[in-house]
Design a protein around this ligand. Structure first.
Ligand SMILES: Nc1ncnc2c1ncn2[C@@H]1O[C@H](COP(=O)(O)OP(=O)(O)O)[C@@H](O)[C@H]1O
Ligand SMILES: [Mg+2]
Length: 239
């Protein structure tokens, strides 16, 4: 059992808001983790800290046994940490293929290799045949898949997904979860931040619950769904 990620006592404050108040958890290599919690719980902030967009005020991020707390985002990307964004933002006037090549070029400077990685990633997410379509002409589920392909093209070992199922129909959610399970089978560790419970319950082996910047529960999807603190947290904010 190898630990790929160890988040240790992470704090983050924005002005008067304490977004994270001492969050700790570990993730095993190859694990499928769900990260849930009401709006404003600190989920995206945690992703921003793991991916290097923000530095924590206190605490450490250990990746593959190395303290990466001070590393800039590009260095983490090269080390195998990739993420998708809550608001999908493909380069609208580029084709699917070129969007994904941009992702691949984060990891390699060789354009031929980048193109190969991009084609593999496009295939993995089910967009094969749509390489030449402009990103702006894709529908929502295709845009989500493109976002996923861009992250995969960086050859991640740890993939962070921020609300990738938001706005999708149940059938589309199920299809996307199937794709994510296939990606997981390749050995990629995935942490999924998600409000769509159907996605979390069908995907995650373990769920971590954040509330007001603190971890309030952790367990199997079933355990967490019946946890009193979790139910109260969701009822309290109407989330
Ligand atoms: N860049 C920022 N500047 C100021 N406040 C922020 C910033 N990012 C997040 N916050 C605040 O931190 C808290 C947690 O936000 P966030 O991590 O986005 O929550 P979640 O993703 O769980 O909905 C919220 O109160 C949010 O307004
Ligand atoms: Mg968020």
């Amino acid at each position: 059992m190898t630990i790929i990620l160890d988040v240790r006592d992470v704090y983050k404050r924005f002005g008067g808001i304490e977004a994270l108040k001492g969050v700790s958890f570990s993730v095993r290599r190859g694990e499928r983790v769900g990260l849930i919690g009401p709006n404003g719980a600190g989920k995206t902030t945690l992703f921003n800290i793991i991916s290097g967009i923000y530095m924590p005020d206190r605490g450490r991020v250990i990746y593959k046994g190395v303290d990466i707390t001070g590393w800039p985002a590009y260095r983490r990307s090269r080390a195998g940490i990739a993420r998708t964004f809550q608001i999908v933002r493909p380069l609208a006037n580029l084709t699917v293929l070129n969007n994904v090549i941009v992702g691949a070029l984060l990891r390699t400077n060789d354009i031929r290799e980048a193109r190969e990685r991009a084609m593999e990633a496009i295939d993995m997410v089910g967009l094969a045949g749509k390489e030449d379509i402009l990103a702006k002409d894709l529908n929502l589920i295709e845009k989500k898949r493109l976002e996923l392909a861009r992250a995969l093209a960086t050859q991640p070992e740890l993939l962070l997904l921020d609300e990738i199922a938001a706005g999708l129909r149940p059938r589309e959610v199920d299809d996307l979860v199937y794709t994510l399970l296939e990606i997981s089978k390749r050995g990629i560790t995935i942490i999924m931040v998600e409000h769509v419970m159907r996605a979390v319950m069908n995907f995650a082996e373990r769920v971590i619950v954040l509330h007001f910047g603190e971890k309030i529960a952790e367990g199997t999807p079933r355990e967490v769904a019946s946890n009193k603190l979790v139910i109260e947290a969701y009822m309290g904010t109407g989330g």
